[in-house]
Design a protein around this ligand. Sequence first.
Ligand code: NAD
Ligand code: SER
Length: 312
Amino acid sequence: MKKEKILVIGACGQIGVELTLALRKIYGGANVVASDLREENELLKGTGPYVSIDVMNKEMLHVQVIRQNITQIYLLAAILSATGEKNPPLAWHLNTQSLLNVLDIAKEEKLTKVYWPSSIAVFGPTSPKEFCPQQTIIEPTTVYGISKYAGEFWCNYYFHRYGVDVRSIRYPGLISYKSSPGGGTTDYAVEIYHEAKEKKKYISFLEAGTKLPMMYMPDAIRATIELMEASAKNISVRTSYNLAAMSFAPEEIASSIQKFIPSFEISYKSDYRQQIANSWPKSIDDSTAREDWGWKHEYDLDRMTKDMLENI
Ligand code: NAD
Ligand code: SER
């Protein structure tokens, strides 16, 4: 067993539940402290310690880090793209202040590593639409994207100025069945599977033809752990790594579902999230992650669909 004591902040969210369970398998249940504002998720109960933490309360967070002898933090608390547009000041405040609180504590307590996710939302309408490169024009138009891009540069700053070993991935839209998504523009690609099983039909809030970069959660969890376990000398990007697996539009995920549920039907009624989706790239060039730390995805659309429909 590896000797680290990890704190996961935002452990009851879509990524947090699965990441906490995966980390507990590697480091041992007692060495991965789950924390959130919410009540402990059912799937986490009995698998390791849980503490209630508001990441915005820096003093309380600092006390917990010292009290629990924490050596690494995974910061997952955030407000996502669609929810962020409903209250931009709150999204900016939570997404940036939480990161600054964690980076400061990491610097003071000399933590061995910090993980903080960014997103494809950093890209905006002026970024290349296809195979959007690691380094390119980045002019986000959502408060979520702005907060993620600012966060990337804070990570870079704390690494170069203070030596904080903080690592990051620009996740695409993530699809999973264990824990519900938290208010993103890509959430349709989770909802569609639930409705396919329950009602055999789905009204998509994104139009046909809206192709976006996506990834199945097991790939995202593996990528996160592989990045965190990579040797520091292989990490050339200290802002955030592009990461990719597949790209699809609503009609393509519908066709994939129809291979397993032939009577499934999709219809379209777009809302404010269409504009957010239109501002993002359709596909991502993640060759730097593949070269630096050997990233390779495993799930394509049909393999993901089969697994989702079997497990929901
Ligand atoms: P989520 O909304 O499902 O989970 C976030 C969790 O943080 C929630 O359980 C929430 O209760 C908790 N939280 C909120 N405010 C808090 C606070 N003040 N203190 C402590 N906890 C608090 O989000 P997610 O989908 O699991 O995303 C995790 C991270 O990954 C976020 O930074 C998000 O931007 C990023 N990300 C997610 C996706 C995706 O598709 N899910 C894609 C790109 C990036
Ligand atoms: N899935 C996320 C969202 O839609 C991307 O960061 O907000």
